[in-house]
Ligand binder design. Structure first.
Ligand code: SF4
Length: 362
């Protein structure tokens, strides 16, 4: 546990904790179940014991807002071509050595959270800016669940959708309240063995698999899965074969799966970039198991980045990175053969393009 240091900010009452017989408070939000004495912070850094209660320090505070293409989350089957108002806070409940957002997720300086925004302010801004959704992203929204849930509620009142970009590292008792407010999610499946999660994420695989199965079987949340393929760590044929079998058996053929390219970052600076062939090999493996929508990401790859009709093979949504090209869907149906593609589609795609646009809500 991390000892408290002096930081600016207001404490918000936290949910999902209990007082243990030994006098420590146990946080029940994520599978770490941090056990805290007064003044101690959890592993995620932003949840702290204050007296005989837990508090969240990042409620209402953000590291900044940006309008992104929805394809960047990545979500390929959720309102394609639309813009999403994206933000994150600080901290994370995983400890990935390959973190690609470490400046925010590992932030220990809460003073860097410069933007203050109420749930209503965010929902109103999204509507005003023409964003169809708000995304909790850049760092994991599970650790700021109380804030994310309130923002999502405000968004629903304003007719704006919400997207959680998450590692899915959350307890069974917190899952329902969190995902009940979300319209869509992208869940990281970072590797396929407990050994990988222990060694490189300082976490466990099984709770992530449980979250995926929960989303599939017990919610109406539209979700897609992302796996960052790291050379020599999680890209072996045997591992990909096993993972694809599990995916097909537990999530079915219609959940999209994104294989994205690693670039050297954080504590893995000597590991090389993922070769495009590795992404294509993983995609082929997953397709061979009957999965219908498997994508490559973080590379220019028209074949692997586009959506193809599982029935007649027609090009349905052409993509080059985050830019849409030809569009062969009418609503959610293939224009050529009428096959219904899983996802949330409107009659025509959005026209946001690949732009990223920072915005200030103040
Ligand atoms: S949410 Fe934070 S404090 Fe709670 S168990 Fe997870 S890492 Fe620990």
């Amino acid at each position: 546990m991390v000892e408290a240091v002096q930081v600016r900010g207001s404490d918000h009452p936290a949910d999902w904790w209990l007082m243990r017989p030994d006098g420590r408070i146990e946080c029940r939000l994520c599978p770490r179940l941090c056990k805290l004495h007064d003044g101690q912070r959890g592993f995620c850094f932003v949840r702290r014991r204050a007296g005989d209660a837990m508090v969240l320090e990042t409620y209402g505070r953000s590291s900044g807002f940006c309008i992104d293409p929805i394809e960047k989350k990545p979500l390929n089957h959720f309102l394609p071509g639309t813009s999403v108002l994206s933000f994150g806070t600080a901290g994370c409940n995983l400890g990935c050595r390959f973190c690609q957002n470490w400046d925010m997720s590992k932030a220990r300086e809460l003073d860097r959270l410069t933007e203050e925004a109420s749930p209503e302010t965010i929902a109103a801004a999204a509507a005003r800016l023409g964003c169809r959704s708000v995304a909790f992203t850049y760092n994991d929204p599970v650790i700021f669940a109380e804030y994310a849930i309130d923002v999502a509620r405000a968004c629903r009142r304003a007719g704006v959708k919400t997207v959680a970009v998450t590692a899915g590292y959350i307890t069974p008792e917190a899952r329902p309240a969190f995902f009940a407010q979300m319209d869509a999610a992208n869940v990281d499946l970072k590797g396929f063995t407990e050994e990988f999660y222990h060694r490189l994420c300082f976490a466990e695989l099984q709770p992530v698999l449980d979250t995926l199965v929960y989303l599939r079987n017990e919610t109406g949340v539209w979700f897609e899965v992302t796996t960052l393929l790291i050379p020599g760590q999680n890209d072996g044929d045997a591992e990909l074969d096993r993972a694809s079998d599990w995916f097909a058996a537990h999530l079915g053929p219609d959940v999209p799966w994104h294989f994205s390219a690693f670039h050297p970052d954080f504590k893995m600076l000597t590991t090389p970039r993922t070769p495009p062939e590795t992404l294509s090999r993983a995609r082929e493996m997953a397709l061979s198991k009957g999965l219908r929508y498997v994508y490559t990401g973080n590379v220019h790859d028209r074949i692997g980045g586009s959506t193809w009709c599982p029935s007649c093979g027609a090009l349905l949504v052409e993509r080059d990175w985050f830019e849409l090209g030809a569009y062969g869907l009418d609503g959610g149906r293939c224009k050529a053969c009428g096959f219904e593609v899983a996802g949330r589609f409107e009659r025509t795609p959005g026209r946001w393009g690949a732009r990223r646009q920072p915005v200030h809500l103040g």
